[in-house]
Design a protein around this ligand. Structure first.
Ligand SMILES: Nc1nc2c(c(=O)[nH]1)N[C@H]1C(S)=C(S)[C@@H](COP(=O)(O)OP(=O)(O)OC[C@H]3O[C@@H](n4cnc5c(N)ncnc54)[C@H](O)[C@@H]3O)O[C@H]1N2
Ligand code: MOO
Length: 348
């Protein structure tokens, strides 16, 4: 089908032939005979003759013969019953042509994420249902002896499990189903046990235990009993990230630092899970960004007045930096940015 399925009015007013109205002015209105009415949903179909018009409402089809609209605000008040005075010419631009939105046979909704806007379009196309791919099912596990559930009492040296909470929300945002495996202690046996029931997950996402420490058992488990595709990416934060396989399930092992786990998710996992990355724009640097010689930096940054500036504290432990930033500024290896330079920015 086409939408609209016939030429329709964009305004409440009268439909008429433009040629009849070209001379209309406030001083010398053009008087047309009122021949009918067309309402959205119950159109009148009498064809218009020369010198005639029909009342019309927004979204209603034009009667045959009409080609222009004059809005109600541009109608005079002095016309006798059954007549209408136009204070200016009627305009064809105020007619929405047949198929203005989409025409029959056109490809309108190619495969992609069903955003609210695309869902609305599917409905406008008349689809009561659309075929969809099953959402990714992602198993999520955080690790670390010091990691406790929010709400529990906290002993010195312990931290609340912020990573799993943040990652769970990010996964939902990406349209994934989450199989929450909870939290495992730093013990290879306990970890392997926790990973026994992956419940048919398409991906295992872990947090922590992938760096150089003695107790970084996620790394050891994948190296010794799984398969590692890569370990370490030239990025900061998030350098120690590992990608591999555990029992035929792909594993993305995120570093444990609170900022690193969330940033790696945004930069590496989100594009893989959704087919779309973060929204990318270019802004002018409002202050200096220093680069590293051997790593791309994803600098937590604030965007104000059309410029971007680094958040003052860039430690991977400062989680509040992420909630107080609007963006990650991408600073490639060896490319310091001076105030005024263009910077690639990923909007959070
Ligand atoms: N000798 C080296 N040490 C470290 C290196 C390195 O290259 N050489 N890399 C550093 C970088 S960069 C990162 S990032 C971290 C990543 O370490 P792990 O993935 O092994 O993470 P953990 O040691 O388990 O934890 C690090 C940090 O994050 C806290 N954490 C862990 N899990 C959670 C959680 N679920 N919620 C909140 N906070 C969590 C944990 O308490 C630690 O403070 O390694 C550096 N070390
Ligand atoms: O990623 Mo580590 O992420 O630089 O602290």
């Amino acid at each position: 089908m086409s939408h609209p399925s016939a030429p329709v009015s964009a305004l409440d007013g009268v439909a008429c032939r433009q040629v009849d109205t070209l001379a209309a002015t406030h001083e010398q209105p053009v008087r047309l005979r009122l021949a009918g009415e067309s309402r959205a949903g119950s159109p009148g179909w009498e064809p218009l003759g020369p010198g005639e018009c029909a009342r019309i409402y927004t979204g209603a089809p034009l009667p045959p013969g009409a080609d222009a609209i004059c809005p109600v605000e541009q109608l005079g008040s002095g016309a006798p019953e059954g007549w209408v005075d136009l204070l200016r010419p009627a305009r064809p631009e105020d007619v929405r042509p047949l198929g203005e939105d989409f025409g029959a046979g056109e490809m309108v909704l190619p495969p992609g994420r069903l955003t609210p806007e695309r869902l609305a379009l599917a409905a406008a196309l008349g689809h009561a249902a659309v075929p969809v791919l099953r959402p990714w099912r992602v198993a999520l596990l955080s690790t670390g002896d010091e990691v406790k559930e929010p709400g529990e009492p906290l002993l010195p040296g312990e931290v609340y499990d912020s990573n799993r909470v943040g990652l769970r929300a990010l996964l939902s945002e990406c349209g994934c189903g989450v199989l929450d495996l909870g939290h495992a202690p730093d013990h290879p046996g306990a970890l392997a046990e926790r990973l026994e029931s992956l419940g048919g997950a398409d991906l295992l996402l872990t947090s922590g235990g992938v760096s150089m420490g003695r107790y970084d058992f996620v790394r050891d488990l994948l190296l010794e009993r799984g398969k590692v595709d890569f370990w370490k990416v030239r990025m900061r934060p998030g350098g120690p990230v590992m990608l591999g396989t555990w029992a035929d399930t792909p594993v993305l092992a995120l570093p444990g630092n609170p900022v690193s786990s969330l940033v790696v998710f945004q930069v590496l996992a989100r594009p893989a899970l959704t087919g779309e990355g973060l929204h990318r724009v270019w802004l002018r640097a409002g202050s200096r960004f220093s680069s590293l010689p051997d790593k791309t930096l994803f600098v937590r940054a604030t965007c104000t007045g059309g410029t971007v500036q680094p958040y003052p504290r860039q430690s991977s432990g400062v989680l509040r930096s992420l909630s107080e930033s609007q963006a990650l500024a991408v600073i490639p290896e060896g490319q310091d940015k001076a105030p005024g330079d263009e910077v690639e920015v990923l909007l959070l």
